[in-house]
Design a protein around this ligand. Structure first.
Ligand code: SF4
Ligand code: SF4
Ligand code: SF4
Length: 327
């Protein structure tokens, strides 16, 4: 390619893991830097908001993180206007990610807990985001939006690269597609997801019994986990049934159940709803006709924090929670 691609990496509500995913490309990062000019990446160098105004065109923007403040929204919308290809990078940008779990609570409760009540909070002046201009640092704390948003709630996204953070192989795959696109050798179909097109279970090598019966759900520290047997068959919730494959199964290989960071598998529209129906069919299916509703409910209650577990990365996709929250 003659001309280097101009890329921007724009953070919203992030933890830094998605930036580390670029750094973790190791020697591939050197090849990447040979093909691109990074024109905006605040976590790596000293870019300021006015640098966004000064940018002319951008070939590719990678949006990282969810949108939690008015300022996140303003900046991503400004950058999106200047970018030819817009990429949602990581579970937070694609599905709302872990920050969306805050939407299980009212905004006022979240603010009170985080800024005033949590044991690690030091906030003598009781500064609340968006409400205080005059604080000891002379900073206007950014105003929060009413809930946590995924990036495509505000910006039309061309490519999604899921994962928390996205796996190295998927990042390189996306870069390859994008380089070929700008060379006129490949098309980019809007909404392309850089991942597999099956479920994680489809490629999981663990032994799956023909029939799984779960009497009681357990947490990982409560049992000695058999590294060769399906987690569900051991009574441990694993989101592999509803999760898109393509991560390379790092958790499963490390003897940990899947928590769903690659997002919903094709044809799964609400991870929690699908998981509830899948799991319900496993709870004492043989004895179920003999169980009372209360007995079934008691068994289901052995799942600790089901909302946090089922929607750890994808609550931002749940229509149900959005309707409830907006009301
Ligand atoms: S997707 Fe994961 S690694 Fe990336 S910003 Fe969100 S929490 Fe951090
Ligand atoms: S539920 Fe989890 S452990 Fe079982 S087959 Fe699917 S991915 Fe593997
Ligand atoms: S196994 Fe599940 S949680 Fe782990 S990286 Fe893959 S999709 Fe994410």
């Amino acid at each position: 390619m003659n001309k280097k691609l101009r890329i921007a990496i724009v953070p919203g509500e992030v933890c830094g893991g998605c930036d580390m995913a670029f750094v973790d490309l190791h020697r591939n990062l050197i090849d990447l830097l040979g093909a691109v000019d990074i024109v905006f990446w605040p976590i790596a160098t000293d870019f300021k908001e006015e640098d966004v105004e000064a940018l002319d065109s951008i070939d590719i923007v990678f949006f990282q993180g969810s949108i939690r403040t008015e300022k996140h929204r303003e900046i991503i919308e400004k950058v999106a206007e200047k970018a030819k290809i817009k990429v949602a990078f990581g579970a937070c940008a694609c599905f709302g990610g872990v920050p969306s779990l805050a939407d299980l609570y009212a905004l006022g409760e979240v603010i009170e807990e985080v800024y005033l009540k949590s044991p690690s909070t030091e906030n003598e002046g009781g500064i609340i985001p968006g409400e205080t201009v005059d604080n000891p640092y002379g900073i206007l704390a950014p105003k929060l939006v009413d809930m946590n948003y995924k990036v495509d709630d505000f910006v039309d996204i061309d490519i999604y690269i899921p994962g928390c953070p996205p796996p190295k192989e998927r990042i390189l795959e996306a870069v390859d597609i994008l380089v070929r696109y700008f060379e006129g050798r490949a098309d980019v179909e809007k909404g392309t997801v850089i991942a597999g097109s099956r479920t994680l279970c489809d490629e999981c090598p663990r032994e799956k019994p023909e029939k799984i019966v779960i009497d009681k759900f357990k947490r990982i520290h409560e049992v000695k986990i058999d590294p060769n047997k399906c987690f569900l068959a051991q009574g441990i919730v694993c989101l592999g049934i509803v999760t898109r494959n393509g991560c390379g199964l790092p958790c499963i290989k490390a003897n940990m159940p899947c928590r769903g960071c690659m997002g919903p598998a094709p044809n799964v529209y609400d991870v929690g709803a699908k998981l509830v129906s899948a799991i319900a069919s496993l709870v004492e299916i043989e004895n179920e006709p003999k169980l009372s509703d209360e007995e079934i409910a008691t068994k289901a209650r052995t799942i600790v924090d089901p909302a946090g577990l089922f929607y750890r990365f994808t609550l931002g996709l749940s229509r149900l929670i959005r309707v409830v929250k907006k009301k």
